[in-house]
Design a protein around this ligand. Sequence first.
Ligand code: BES
Ligand code: MN
Ligand code: MN
Length: 462
Amino acid sequence: MQNIQSYVQEHKDRFINELIELLKIPSVSADTAYKDDVIKTAEEIRKSLVSAGCSAVEICETPGYPIVYGEKIIDKNLPTVLVYGHYDVQPADPIELWDSPPFEPIIKNTDIHPDGAIFARGACDDKGQMYMHVKALEIMTQTNQLPCNIKFMIEGEEEVGSKSLSWFVERNQEKLSNDVILISDTGMIAKDVPSITTGLRGLSYVEVEVTGPNRDLHSGLYGGAVANPINILTKMIASLHDDNNHITVPGFYDKVENLSEEERAEMAKAPFSLESYKKALDIKAVYGEEGYTTNERNSIRPTLDVNGIWGGYTGEGAKTVIASKAYAKISMRLVPNQDWVEITELFKKHFESIAPDAVTVKVTPHHGGQGYVTPIDNIGYKAASKAYQDTFGKTPIPQRSGGSIPIVSLFEKELKSKTILMGFGLDSDAIHSPNEHFGVWNYLKGIETIPLFYKYFTELNK
Ligand code: BES
Ligand code: MN
Ligand code: MN
């Protein structure tokens, strides 16, 4: 497919500029202040699908943010690939830690990206990776080599739990019917180590509230005599891990799938340098569950982490006070077979049971989703593998990721199809963090690789 490479070379400046325009719209789904921008982004995606060659494109209204749907059906007897992506982004804060404004994209060179990287919120997660698919469609239609049918479903609520997408998928099974789902919303091991994501962790996200006295108190007059909710909360949280960093919630590990020694040995073959890992994060040592390697801890093992904790006085200077309430947001990353609803229940029961009588505790579930693992002995995986082989000159490594895209397990349940996760981001791209970026090289390489997936998927289906 030589002309794909030359098409990319010829049009790369425009491909980059189009993405930059998209990144200028702050489509933050978590914050209603950006509502109009989120909706505007959906409209821009719609236009881009039309110009890339989709014949039917619509903005589908939902109870929440719209879903952009488009398709190009060339022959009902050919296979159909459903592309999923999201146009919403994470909030940009803490904004003061960005070296350039999050919604004013700029291209800068870095050690890892000597050809430049686009810095902006959403550059990698997921506007940049999603847009690779729009451009791949453009190339296939412009060069007359779209080999099969294609459907696009781009949502605007991924970063807040994909509630409206579940609603949409449940109501549109026929419309969304496909032979394989293709997503670029994950990463790869390194620029010279292509990988295909074969697993995602599930998630249970909860908020806890600990209440002590009915009002904030003078810490001299009452200190020592009544429970301090912040002291109690931190003690309760500390007790959620034992000395080996195992999670202490009863029943938490009951359904965890244990990998065989062979599978673990296979995983350990993926190139990984603990020294570079520590260096990249400026840490002296790694930390985690006893008996597992770093790569196991962040992919095949479940976790429990506090994502935020607050209460009491945090303003300037000192205020002597015992707060009435303390709060925390806690996420649990889950592995296949652990059911997020069940885990949320187990957590709630346990957390309430460990609270001393001196306080009351409220646990409020936020959202969650199941994990996902995909086998590698299917046509979709093989097609992806061959595509990377062509453009990277190397067979990609299957890799289970620690991140979550909860909707993927729902796709399997409702649409009965497997998902192929072709991610082109790097862990160092700082998704969800200040200074998120996406390598120009990665962006263009993705655009080049995706059309080959279609080619091989269609061929292998014959
Ligand atoms: N694209 C990420 C998930 C991801 C990133 C998976 C890198 C694998 C590698 C996605 O946008 C995301 O951030 N998901 C959330 C969960 C969601 C329910 C908010 C996550 O993993 O925290
Ligand atoms: Mn994403
Ligand atoms: Mn994300």
